[in-house]
Design a protein around this ligand. Structure first.
Ligand code: GZL
Length: 294
């Protein structure tokens, strides 16, 4: 059973595709897939239904990090291993899950901050006052917690960087646009937008253009984003976005390998990070995009 967060972003769509193309009958699986529409209570219901159906493995991409102890105890009592994918859970007893595979969100935040410092230096703006706003992901989701923390570490290293406002755009394009519209009304002098996923960045770009402003490498407002989905490459090639920090959604094969190891009675590492890079407009994005699976 796979308890998926929802279908809120391109990243999520690619993640779902990765699971559905991996957990096939030919590959020896019967996949029971649940889309929780980004609601924790739906994910908890899905896990309980997987327990009822006595599945062999439960895989969860937890929408937020807290509130899982009770239902994971029920899975443990039923003798069903739980594998976490993508986002993490805060648990008092980490025997409640077998292992986790996903992105290193704090490192992603650090990479975004380091990229901005280098970019401003190249522009001779390392001593300028820089006004920043952040479109946060779903509050309490590991990707939001880690990216905010990671970029926050870099903010502390740059006293001239001013975080004017942070607000959640729920990882969706529509909400990202709405929040960016309000930021633009409140702050006439935004220099940088940090969007904690590409879909919110796309919304922000639309809002910036609608306000008669410009963004991207030749614009007034620098756009830093996360995920690096195919449409982010298009936005960078169109000159609307400056950089996107990759968060690899292709967890299907990783979880398949973990289950095969567990079936063979082998031990698996508790925490398994996927490989991630950063892409910006100085790179040959057309060539890179052609090699990517999402
Ligand atoms: C990251 C994942 C986040 C993506 C968003 O691993 O949890 O959720 O960054 C997605 O696009 O909605």
């Amino acid at each position: 059973g796979y308890a998926q967060v929802g279908a809120e972003s391109d990243w999520r769509t690619a993640n779902t595709k990765s699971f559905k193309s991996t957990f096939t009958e030919e590959n020896g699986y019967k996949l029971i897939f649940d889309d929780a529409q980004q609601k924790q209570e739906n994910q908890i219901k899905a896990i309980r239904s997987f327990i009822q159906q006595d599945v062999d493995y439960i895989v969860v991409a937890p929408v937020v990090e807290t509130g899982w102890e009770t239902v994971l105890k029920e899975a443990k009592d039923a003798g069903i291993p739980v594998i976490l994918s993508d986002r993490q859970m805060k648990l008092s007893d980490d025997s409640l899950y077998t292992c986790w595979v996903g992105g290193n969100f704090i490192k992603e935040g650090h990479d975004a901050g380091d990229w901005l410092a280098a970019y401003l230096k190249k522009q001779g703006r390392e001593n300028d006052d820089i006004n920043i706003v952040t479109l946060q992901g779903t509050i309490g989701a590991s990707a939001q917690v880690g990216r905010t923390e990671g970029f926050g570490d870099k903010l502390k290293e740059h006293p001239k960087w001013h975080m004017l406002a942070t607000q959640t755009g729920e990882f969706t394009q529509a909400k990202g646009q709405e929040v960016m519209e309000s930021f633009l009304k409140s702050y006439p002098d935004i220099d940088v937008v940090v969007a904690e996923n590409d879909n919110m960045a796309f919304g922000a770009i639309d809002a910036i253009k609608a306000a008669g402003k410009t963004c991207g490498p030749n614009g007034d407002i620098i756009i830093i984003s996360f995920d690096a989905v195919a449409a982010a490459f298009d936005a960078m090639m169109a000159g609307d976005m400056n950089c996107s920090v990759e968060c690899n959604p292709l967890h299907g094969p990783r979880v398949d390998a973990i289950i095969k190891k567990l079936q063979a009675g082998e031990k698996v590492n508790k925490i398994q990070y996927v490989d991630e890079k950063l892409f910006d407009t100085t790179m040959d994005l057309k060539a890179i995009k052609a090699t990517r699976l999402y």
